[in-house]
Design a protein around this ligand. Sequence first.
Ligand code: SF4
Length: 368
Amino acid sequence: MGEMDKRTNLTGLSQAELVEFIQQSGEPTYRARQIFGALHHRRLRSFEEITELPKALRERLNETTTASTLTIESRYVSEDGTRRFLMKTHDNLPVETVFIPEERRDTICFSSQSGCPLQCTFCLTAQLGLLRSLSPGEIVEQIIIALNDVYGVGEKPPRGTNLVGMGAGEPFLNFDSLMKALGIMADPQGLFIVPHRVTVSTAGVVPRIRELATIPQRPNLAISLAAPTDDLRDELMPINKKWPLEELLGACKEFELTLKAGERFTFEYVMLDGINDSDEHARQLANLLNRHDLHARVNLIPHNPADPLPYQPSSTSRVERFKSILESKGVRTFVRRPRGRDIFAACGQLAARREPNTIQVSSQSIVA
Ligand code: SF4
């Protein structure tokens, strides 16, 4: 802490901001381009490694700025190849990131906050409370760290990278930093991960859904629903008391009307055994979406059990039955396969756990 807090994290600046910063410090503009490329394209994490910069400049940068702030505390590898990174910020707060390999693409699930202020009852992160929102640099660094760990520093990933903002935190309560980080990552001279490769999930922060509807360069949107009625949603996701379903789905419709070709909009529905997974819930959900004339598809996500959460996942046959009811009412429905459950990397399981597993012990888990 202390001195480190005041240094500017250059990884959190856009290329244009970096140019301005470098010019103000009396250096030629091409240095800014060199630094941006080194940090974001070559994914270097310290000025010492940017050897094309004169030594004196590197030393000067080190005094007032920093190239990276997050450090890996531990890393867990699941038997399905998923990796969970537990990192910490310069002020010692946990940040979690999950790398999920898939046949054709990789997905990196990043966090937008350390902890989370929302109190979703099915989510382990909620139990941390909000520690603080992450800076744009801290969001970008998570992706750099994950790619370097999996492929080696600066190595080009063999597959494309998708990002999902579904880790710890409510991204729309850190909207400006999130959008800035996405802008930095979209730069063709940097990571070059464009917004349509990114999906951000919100628990329903209505004003930001409306704002996103007005932004042309934006990520795909997912809304976490978890319940088809206000009574049940108030209980499972207390944010519903602030923005109840009518208001939320009204904003969703506004957003849906602005969708352009290639943009994706989805609803996420966590399936909790005996809580929100009855035939009646399925009918209520279909009616709710149809009444608001929403065409977005629904992703059913079997809950990921984690002590001390009081829920179990719905059975496979229950999930299938729920799906068929939705489909019979014209709602496109998919079932999402859980990944990395054995290392607490799955949805709703991020809570800075240091042990790889206390539920399904995996002999192949590696703790590095
Ligand atoms: S589900 Fe998301 S929004 Fe809800 S408490 Fe967990 S991290 Fe926060």
